[in-house]
Design a binder for this molecule. Structure first.
Ligand code: TYD
Length: 211
């Protein structure tokens, strides 16, 4: 399904409280002001089916495989309903979390075999990968203090977040060119937006209209 792709797919990753959703909001507005069409979406969620899965996976404890499979199901549905159509219309898709979250949370932090998580990621995405993954690298303790939603992953405490961060670093080592790492050190959302915009311009020349 990825053959029809014309847009640009960007995922955002980080431990809890890293500020992904605020950044995505600001970045969407800036890109739209530049005349680009944007789809901002999130995982798990983004469409009614995946939002129902989100409700389940964030509110009940379950074994790690069930957890992984639910994230993959939510992913598959959101790709089919929103992401793939948007990319084929030439939109810039900004996705709050994607396959690297499954590697970091279910693979590294929960301890499921890394290669199996990769295989399930491939199955759910049919090989569709973001062109760019923006990693907001926050100190896990600071992040947990900032995190607002009180979901069950936050409740597992700082050690879990430290593992999740290591999981992201492992994913980055396997595919470094895809990643833009931004160390979070109190920048404003505007400053973070500028950093990511510059990278988009550099990599994809998005400042210049290609349509
Ligand atoms: P959310 O409230 O969206 O967290 P955040 O604002 O930090 O993104 O909840 C999503 C939670 O699901 C988050 O704790 C990370 C977790 N998650 C996984 O464990 N595996 C995954 O594949 C994805 C997409 C998310």
């Amino acid at each position: 399904m990825h053959k029809a792709k014309r847009g640009i797919f960007v995922s955002f990753e980080g431990t809890e409280g890293s500020g992904k959703s605020t950044l995505i909001r600001h970045l969407s507005q800036s890109l739209e002001k530049m005349g680009r069409r944007v789809l901002a979406t999130r995982e798990p969620g983004g469409n009614p089916v995946s939002e129902r899965i989100r409700d389940t996976v964030l509110n009940f404890s379950m074994n790690a495989w069930t957890e992984l499979l639910l994230y993959e199901a939510a992913r598959s549905e959101n790709l089919a309903q929103l992401v793939v159509p948007a990319l084929s219309e030439g939109k810039i898709v900004l996705c709050d979390r994607f396959t690297d979250s499954s590697l970091a949370y279910q693979g590294y932090a929960r301890g499921l075999p890394w290669r199996k998580v990769q295989a399930l990621n491939d199955l759910a995405t049919q090989g569709l990968q973001p062109e760019l993954t923006v990693f907001l690298d926050i100190d896990p303790e600071t992040g947990l203090r900032r995190a607002q939603d009180g979901n069950r992953f936050e409740a597992e405490g700082v050690e879990f977040q430290v593992k999740v961060r290591r999981g992201f670093l492992r994913a980055r080592r396997e595919n470094p060119k895809k990643w833009l790492t931004v160390k979070i050190q109190g920048q404003t959302p505007e400053q973070l937006t500028e950093i990511v915009l510059q990278e988009l311009v550099r990599r994809f020349r998005i400042g210049k209209k290609t349509k």
